[in-house]
Design a protein around this ligand. Structure first.
Ligand code: XMP
Length: 524
């Protein structure tokens, strides 16, 4: 069986840039497989992958600083094509005898790239194209045998090459969205310089993943905790294709889903996808556990703990199982360089959503062997695989929903009445956001109930004294940072009117206009 890692691969060595993962995603967009490894990876481990090309990422350090991260010197003398990006290029230059210094004027943001040699790496890149720069150091002189391919107003050596040795460097970031000609540079490198064929496709992935699952699982049984999100649903489709009835999907309803979602999910799987689902209605257990609990962290812990208990009981009832399927994705398993520094504070910053944010929250010591067929994929690739397997848009495009669900959107104690009120308000918000066509533009749109306060209102001739609800709309790339979304007033007005008129228990609607940071997306 051909295995995924035998596809032609371009390896990215990560020197701590916030864009290292993005380079991998961009390469994969050209249908060439790519992985990110820390710059400290031993050369023999890199060579064992038989890379068709190597990219050295950017990074927050200066190559001339003491203790700056370096790579194995033998890298410069392999006959494997190599592209240094920003820090990576400066390292290449310095190690081969050129000079890198601090520049008088750093260059941050967009810059026009003037092409001196329109061939090779810069084929099809227009002269004067906009590229995105972010550097305080600059290459002052080139090592022997290198040519200048392009410059900008502030940077004489914006792109360089030693074509015979297949060594290349760019000072700009071709991977970022603002670099207009960036994808052309990446395509030139992977196709023409590295000689890769576009073999990394959704179809190829599905075929290989199914073969790998079959080989791993054989005729044994796999348990999958379904949440209704795109990852666990795609996983269910993939596994069902591979092993059919040896897959058991279990959906634990904690009682904190949005209105009609548990019913809808079970119906879709059973009736439309013909994938059996064990529905576990555990609502009463969870609400009993949360009685009197108001502290957000305690709520989360109790929900997580109860989830594991229910999961263990139910898996025993339905088992025995040999394997547990998990929707682990590539960003969860990437080993990063660990040198991500905040450019403003200089402090190390986390690059990923914390693992407790991943659906399920199962402890690592469960006695199952794991099946993780999505572990090579980025989120957008999971969506494509899900779509190719026949997942409907309503799941493929579904906004993220936290594991503890509505329980962390009711501030203070969670009670059945409060859940009921929040579900109704949230439903109205969703209906109007769907109607407006904004659903796909937003990372998340949801309501938060504040039942620890009541405010005075007037409806008809009646004084009311009821709860406020908060509307939360955010845009985001990855949930790590987020902007509050500027929803048109007319839509806000409709949502507000409908909620106050249609949901008993709510008499006031307020809007959250906090970005992340300093706020978080969820309220608890
Ligand atoms: P915060 O509130 O930390 O959330 O800004 C960032 C993103 O993570 C989601 N989130 C969770 N997802 N389990 C999850 O699966 C959780 O416990 C959890 N808590 C927050 C949140 O909805 C947002 O998209």
């Amino acid at each position: 069986m051909a295995s995924l890692h035998k596809l032609p691969i371009v390896v990215i060595l990560d020197f701590g840039s916030q864009y290292s993962e993005l380079i991998a995603r961009r390469i994969r967009e050209t249908n060439v497989y790519s992985e990110v490894l820390p710059y400290t990876t031993p050369l023999d481990k890199i060579l064992a992958l038989e890379p068709k090309g190597i990219i050295l990422s950017g990074g927050p350090n200066s190559v001339y600083a003491e203790g700056a991260p370096r790579c194995d010197q033998r890298l410069w003398h392999l006959s494997i094509p190599l592209l240094g990006v920003c820090y990576g290029m400066q390292l290449l230059v310095q190690d081969l005898g050129g000079k890198v210094t601090k520049s008088d004027r750093g260059e941050y943001g967009k810059a026009a790239l003037m092409i001196d040699d329109p061939t090779d790496l810069l084929t099809n890149v227009e002269d004067n194209t906009i590229m995105w720069m972010s550097h305080g150091d600059t290459v002052e002189s080139l090592p022997e045998g290198f040519n200048q391919l392009a410059h900008t107003d502030n940077t004489p050596y914006a792109a360089i090459a030693h074509p015979e040795k297949k060594l290349y460097g760019v000072q700009f970031h071709p991977e970022v969205h603002h670099s207009i000609g960036g994808m052309a540079v990446i395509r030139n490198f992977v196709y023409h310089i590295c000689g890769c064929e576009p073999t990394w496709t959704t179809g190829a992935f599905i075929e290989e993943a199914i073969a790998e699952i079959k080989a791993q699982v054989e005729d044994r049984r796999v348990l999958l905790a379904l949440s209704g999100g795109v990852d666990s649903s795609t996983l269910a489709f993939l596994l069902h294709r591979a092993i059919g009835d040896n897959l058991t999907c279990m959906f634990i309803d904690q009682g904190f889903m949005r209105k009609q979602e548990p019913e809808r999910l079970v119906k879709l799987f059973r009736e439309q996808f013909h994938i059996p689902v064990e529905y576990v209605n555990a609502g009463e257990r969870f609400i009993a556990k949360l009685k009197g609990v108001t502290d957000p962290e305690e709520k989360r812990k109790l929900i997580g703990y109860e989830f594991i208990k229910v999961f263990e009981e139910e898996s025993q009832r339905l088992g025995p199982f040999d394997f547990l399927a998990q929707g682990t994705l590539y960003p969860d398993v990437i080993e990063s360089a660990g040198t991500n520094l905040d450019p403003v504070t200089g402090k190390r910053v986390a690059v990923k959503i914390k693992s407790h944010h991943n659906v399920g929250g199962l402890p690592p010591n469960l006695r199952f062997v794991l099946v993780e067929p999505l572990r090579k994929l980025f989120k957008d690739e999971v969506r494509r695989v899900g779509k190719a397997l026949g997942l409907p848009d309503e799941i493929v495009r579904r906004q993220p929903f936290p594991g503890p669900g509505l329980a962390i959107r009711i501030i203070g104690e969670v009670t059945p009445d409060r859940l009921q009120i929040l579900r109704e308000a949230d439903m109205i918000l969703r209906q109007e956001i769907n109607r407006s066509g904004l659903y796909d533009v937003l990372w998340q749109a949801f309501a938060v109930l504040l039942p620890t306060i009541r405010t005075v209102g007037v409806m008809g001739d009646q004084r009311t004294y009821a709860y406020p609800v908060v509307l939360r709309f955010v845009t985001s790339e990855d949930g790590m940072t987020a902007d509050w979304a500027k929803i048109p007033y007319a839509i806000l007005e409709t949502i507000s009117n409908r909620i106050v008129n249609e949901v008993p228990g709510i008499n006031r609607v307020v809007l959250d206009i906090t970005s992340k940071p300093p706020g978080t997306i969820e309220w608890e």
